[in-house]
Design a protein around this ligand. Structure first.
Ligand SMILES: Cc1cc2nc3c(=O)[nH]c(=O)nc-3n(C[C@H](O)[C@H](O)[C@H](O)COP(=O)(O)OP(=O)(O)OC[C@H]3O[C@@H](n4cnc5c(N)ncnc54)[C@H](O)[C@@H]3O)c2cc1C
Length: 506
């Protein structure tokens, strides 16, 4: 195929996954196109819970404060019981933030506002979504992907190095590749609607009929808007009246409040809950990310978060391979992300069962801080470790002090597109040769950092002379002892951090 390459990457779909991937490529100056078949941004609130791990990622992407400002926190939930009693409780277990885990509480942000902030960030980086542009076919060969794209009735054929299907649960890319999507329909159909509503305070997430699928209804004020999100199970078959009148009737019937009135409906949908996982995330030069690779029930607020984290995992790997890293690096995407999605499907499905019984409690497992890649080919320990942080774990934050005396957060050191290697109490000037895209820091004699509160030592469980290598996506890639520094060289080669022959790094 001799056709000229239009851009390195074609991203199909501008939902949360496609936008995150676009930002990751944009901040690495990788040419791409981000196409979206809809004419304008999606306006539903659907994935409204932003988990603590995603908040850390949003901090790295430079959007966290804007996302917080756009939304807010979950209000307490207020459960109205059949015996007339009312129980008020927190939606999640509230834990104080720590230096190692600065974000502990999920945010409540309507998905359309989260996506708006991501689009704004993308725009700052010089890119935008191409709306009204649809992928209608593609073929791949050894050197690239040839895509057929339509825009305003015109079809063009374009060539890319890679294609990413971030095109949602019904993924055209997945279906074209004939990738299996096994799993099950969970026998639950629900309505979700964004409405303006009279008759309810905005101080609570109101819940009625818990444990009874024919009467359950949840009414949640949508932070950052004047609307409420209505959610409730509906009959598996038949039409659902999603008009203002129809939703008013449903809310009155299920809440017993005759004054409740829906005055307008911004977006509404009735959907069947599914738990499905794609058999493969990669076929040659084509990848799946987000709902295209996995669909979950909304219980536990995992879907959007898992989608953002897929893209965050894939983005730096695509950029590294486009810059010359071995192609095998891209195989680690499926190896790392598919088991995470399988775990999420189990969690969301078990929470759904609990919700049906009226006993859903969201614990630490929903915040996604404990997810990691311990069995990944990119996780290396030399020597193997028994205690403390392990290769593949999320890199904890820590407060250190710069040699100049200023406080330094470890998250500030790792923020950006680079790898970070930190030596704990290492000899002055020790470490591998410097190279492009690797930031090196040391504590100890003549170190640029002082572990003033021993947080680096304790959060990572380090012994003197050990080095921690943190990946661009904030996971620990490697931990090596002073005498094993040489073992980092093959690791560097696998991720594209090799020295150039002129000795200056790339
Ligand atoms: C009704 C509903 C309620 C939900 N509630 C929750 C919740 O409470 N919590 C939670 O975490 N998650 C929830 N989710 C899931 C969450 O919304 C998704 O996980 C998230 O949107 C996935 O993002 P994505 O970018 O992978 O896919 P999507 O957001 O689906 O984006 C895919 C995009 O690809 C575009 N596209 C498709 N085909 C093409 C093509 N051929 N060419 C160009 N563009 C194309 C689509 O138009 C779409 O905009 C809900 C989902 C639904 C449907």
């Amino acid at each position: 195929m001799s056709q000229k390459i239009s851009a390195d990457v074609l991203i199909c779909g501008a939902g949360a996954a496609g936008l995150t991937l676009a930002i990751e490529l944009a901040r690495r100056a990788i040419p791409f196109r981000l196409i979206e078949q809809m004419q304008e941004p999606f306006r539903g609130s659907r994935g409204k819970g932003i988990q603590p791990r995603t908040q850390e990622i949003f901090e790295d992407l430079g959007v966290l404060d804007r996302v917080v400002a756009a939304g807010g926190l979950y209000p307490p939930q207020c459960e109205y019981r059949d015996d007339g009693s009312v129980a008020v409780s927190d939606v999640v277990e509230i834990r104080p933030s720590t230096h190692a885990e600065p974000y502990q509480i999920p945010l409540l942000v309507p998905q359309f506002l989260t996506e708006r902030v991501l689009r704004e960030r993308l725009c700052e980086l010089g890119h935008q979504v191409e709306y009204g542009v649809q992928l209608i076919g593609f073929e791949q060969d050894e050197t690239g992907v040839t895509a057929r794209i339509t825009e305003a009735g015109q079809e063009t054929v374009e060539r890319f190095h890679f294609l990413v299907g971030a095109d949602g649960g019904r993924s055209f890319v997945r279906q074209t590749l004939e990738i299996g999507f096994p799993g099950k329909t969970l026998g639950v159909r629900a309505l979700v609607a964004d409405v303006e509503l009279e008759g309810f305070s905005r101080n609570f997430w109101h819940r009625f009929g818990e444990g009874d699928m024919s009467r359950q209804i949840a009414i949640c004020p949508l932070e950052g808007t004047d609307m409420f999100q209505i959610q409730g199970p509906v009959a598996l078959e038949g039409d659902v009246d999603l008009s203002a009148e129809g939703l008013t009737t449903t809310i009155r019937d299920r809440s017993g409040r005759p004054n409740a009135t829906v005055t307008s409906v911004s977006w509404a949908s009735a959907f069947h809950m599914n738990a499905r996982l794609a058999d493969r995330y990669r076929v040659g030069r084509v990848f799946l990310a987000g709902d295209a690779a996995h669909t979950h029930p909304p219980t536990g607020g995992q879907g959007l978060n898992t989608s953002v984290q897929d893209a965050y995992n894939l983005g730096w790997k695509l950029a590294a391979v486009l810059a010359g890293a071995p192609d095998a690096l891209l195989d680690s995407y499926e190896a790392e992300r598919r088991p995470i999605a399988a775990q999420m499907l189990g969690l969301a499905t078990s929470l759904l069962e609990a919700a049906k019984a009226g006993s859903m409690r969201r614990g630490r497992e929903v915040n996604q801080l404990d997810l990691g890649y311990p069995t990944s080919p990119l996780s290396m320990e030399n020597p193997p470790r028994q205690n403390g942080a392990l290769a593949g774990d999320r890199a904890p934050d820590a407060i250190l002090q710069g040699a100049a005396g200023q406080p330094v957060r470890l998250f500030d050191l790792i923020r950006g597109a680079h790898w970070t290697l930190i030596g704990h109490e290492v000899e002055a000037g020790s470490g591998p040769d410097p190279r492009h895209n690797l930031h090196m820091h040391r504590t100890g004699p003549r170190g640029d950092l002082i572990d003033i509160g021993a947080e680096l030592k304790t959060h990572y469980g380090l012994y003197s002379g050990e080095w921690v290598l943190v990946r661009p996506d904030g996971y620990i890639g490697a931990i090596v002892a002073a005498g094993a520094l040489q073992s980092l060289e093959p690791y560097f080669a696998a991720i594209g951090l090799e020295m150039r022959s002129d000795g200056n790094g790339r």
